[in-house]
Write a protein that binds this ligand. Structure first.
Ligand code: F6R
Length: 631
């Protein structure tokens, strides 16, 4: 296939990088504002390498990764291939790893992931694709691993390796303790890695305990390496890998020994790097009001003092003399930051009243989990509220909940004057289907619908428990989510049209949107894209938008624009509303790794902590607080 000039085909989006002192960084690190910008930069580099190598030596050898992070890169490469900008006919591909055991056809196999997300859409020759064989018998693994290494060497070595990073710091599946000399082999997966993968396997117990992976030495022999990470859940491990000492505890630190590694990060994944978190300790910064606020709150927390008690000496001893020099004395700076923070606190009297409010809840419980407190206050302020549940959330319902509801339907049939025989028959048929289902397999449509209805009735019950009538609920059941699998479709026109028609109908003055940066399956992000695209074509006046965080994180007091105080009773009412989501209680299928607490426990801790933090900074002392950011 002839390739067209890169400039002529697909209009290239300009990607801005976020600059700052890289003094502490031991790996070349590129930070971009958005998740999607990374895909553009990494694809740019890969296309360059493919052109250079195929022109120079007639082939290009790529090392490829799976997981959620590189998906955007594959989509970008596919787009460029379809535009005629890049040809994969002379590309040889080696994947990093595969679970073991793992039948190739299983929905969770990396072989299938690669086929569906990349190979099926480009012209790589099937015989040039190499993925460790998760279906091989155990007694042949050592021999196959040696053959994998040999095949890489015979191809002339890897020209370019793309890597993600796990929360354990693994690259490939080289978990803590991996040696820098390790080669392709069978490894035992770390508990954290298995928890992280639990969602893909419908439960941690279904995640394989082992995997086949290229070794650290195999990876380090690649001539060029790109490590990519997105989302705030990666921020801590990225900081360790980029700024920390080399150690077998974090396999990614071995990359510091390689001469040609670039780490590509979105802003959320870079958040813990010194240049982003506390740039004033490295270099002179421009003292805008938000930067002054961040620096002073940081100083107060470091010194354990309330803001209004910070003294000149505190500033001088913590790299903040340049800030102090701006006004000569700490008083005006302390006062300015204290007032900014105090003005963020908005009790009921300062919240909107008599307006049209549209709340977007990606899953059926995000509304009460994230904003159960403000929802009740907005209702009390006589706002007209519509809560739009964007997806059904049906994949997060256990089969036993379906059984329980079917039992109820069968028992209730007689009382309700319905045909008990028919109810019994349908129950038996569905029970038999559930019995026969393999772990992790997709539910039949009828079960998917029942799971959707379970969540819808829970959402209504939760709304009613914060005082909002059932008529305020709209269930959008967006098509992008209707795959029955963890993996979803991208946002399509049908999704956007549904959201736009809701906007036309409600014509909101104020909207609430989930603004998290690290929802495990990306559904919140996808929902946000659907809203943005719908707003782009919406004829009405642009509403004010308040972003809330989802179940996993909270805006800090400096990130937030609005802090809503909650009394003990209000927090309790919010928690009772969360309890109404019974299918998600006790052991939710997708609680997110690293935190065994239930959603209500996390919410309680988070809302208490925001108030406690404000209190420590010297602001009025409240029982609990929710936090919002105005877009
Ligand atoms: C995948 C692989 C892993 C992932 C890492 C991050 O082939 O080797 O190291 O890159 O676990 O996974 P995501 O991108 O899903 O966060």
């Amino acid at each position: 296939m002839a390739t067209r000039s890169p400039q002529s085909a697909v209009p290239r989006r300009a990607v801005r990088t976020i600059e700052g002192s890289s003094e502490r960084e031991r790996l070349r690190t590129v930070v971009v504002p958005e998740h999607d910008d990374l895909a553009v930069l990494v694809a740019d580099r890969m296309v360059e390498v493919i052109h250079r190598e195929t022109a120079g030596k007639g082939q290009c050898v790529l090392g490829l990764a799976t997981g959620s992070t590189p998906l955007g890169v594959y989509q970008e490469l596919i787009r460029r291939h379809q535009a005629g900008e890049v040809d994969f006919a002379r590309v040889i591909a080696f994947n990093l790893d595969e679970y073991y055991p793992m039948p190739a056809a299983s929905p969770q196999s990396y072989r299938r992931y690669m086929a569906e997300n990349f190979f099926a859409h480009v012209n790589v020759r099937p015989e040039q694709v190499h993925i460790p064989d998760g279906g091989a018998p155990r007694d042949r693994l050592a021999e196959l691993c040696t053959a994998y290494e040999r095949a890489i060497a015979d191809a002339g070595g890897l020209d370019f390796q793309i890597l993600g990073i796990g929360k354990t710091g693994h690259i490939g599946f080289n978990e803590p303790g991996s040696s820098p000399d390790s080669r392709t082999r069978l490894v035992t997966l770390d508990t954290i890695t298995r928890k992280d993968a639990a969602g893909d396997f419908f439960g941690e117990e279904n995640v394989p305990r082992e995997a086949l992976t290229m070794g650290v030495a195999t990876i380090l022999e690649a001539r060029e390496i790109a490590l990519i990470a997105t989302g705030e859940h990666k921020a801590a491990i990225v900081q360790r890998a980029v700024e920390g000492d080399v150690s077998p505890d974090v396999a990614a630190t071995f990359l510091q020994r390689h001469p040609a590694v670039t780490v590509y990060l979105d802003r959320a994944a870079a958040a813990e790097l010194t240049r982003i978190k506390t740039p004033w300790v490295l270099e002179p910064v421009e003292w805008t009001p938000p930067t002054v606020e961040r620096a002073v709150v940081w100083l107060a927390e470091r010194t354990g003092k309330a803001i209004l008690k910070l003294a000149a000496r505190d500033y001088a001893e913590h790299h903040l003399s340049p800030l102090l020099a701006k006004s000569g004395a700490p008083g005006p700076i302390n006062g300015q930051v204290f007032n900014r923070l105090r003005d963020k606190v908005r009790g009921r009297a300062k919240l909107p009243a008599h307006q049209r409010v549209l709340v977007f809840s990606p899953h059926p419980d995000d509304d009460v989990i994230s904003m159960g407190g403000v929802l009740r206050k907005l209702w009390e302020n006589e706002n007209a509220i519509v809560v739009a549940y964007m997806t059904s959330g049906n994949i997060a319902v256990f089969d036993h909940d379906v059984r329980r509801h079917l039992d109820f339907v069968e028992r209730a049939a007689g009382v309700l004057g319905l045909d008990p025989n028919r109810a019994r028959e349908r129950r038996a048929a569905i029970e038999a289907q559930l019995e026969a289902k393999a772990p992790g397999a997709v539910d039949i449509t009828e079960v998917q619908q029942l799971k959707r209805l379970i969540r819808e009735s829970e959402a209504i019950s939760a709304l009613e428990s914060v005082g909002i009538p059932r008529g305020s609920a709209r269930f959008l059941d967006l098509p992008f989510y209707r795959t029955g699998e963890v993996r979803k479709h991208p946002v399509g026109e049908a999704d956007v049209a549904i959201v736009r028609s809701l906007l036309d109908d409600v014509r909101p003055d104020l909207m609430f949107v989930a603004g998290d940066l690290s929802d495990p399956h990306g559904t919140h992000r996808t929902c946000q894209v659907a809203i943005e695209r719908a707003l782009a074509g919406y004829g009405g006046a642009r509403p004010e938008i308040w972003l809330y965080r989802g179940a996993w994180q909270e805006w800090s007091v400096t990130e937030a624009d609005v802090l809503v105080p909650l009394s003990q009773d209000e927090l309790r009412a919010k928690i009772f509303a969360i309890f109404k989501h019974q299918s998600q209680k006790d052991t939710a299928p997708f609680p997110g790794a690293h935190d065994d607490r239930e959603f209500w426990q996390r919410v309680e801790a988070r809302n208490l902590e925001t108030a406690a933090r404000a209190d420590r900074l010297g602001l009025p002392e409240y029982y609990a607080m929710e936090a919002y950011r105005i877009l």
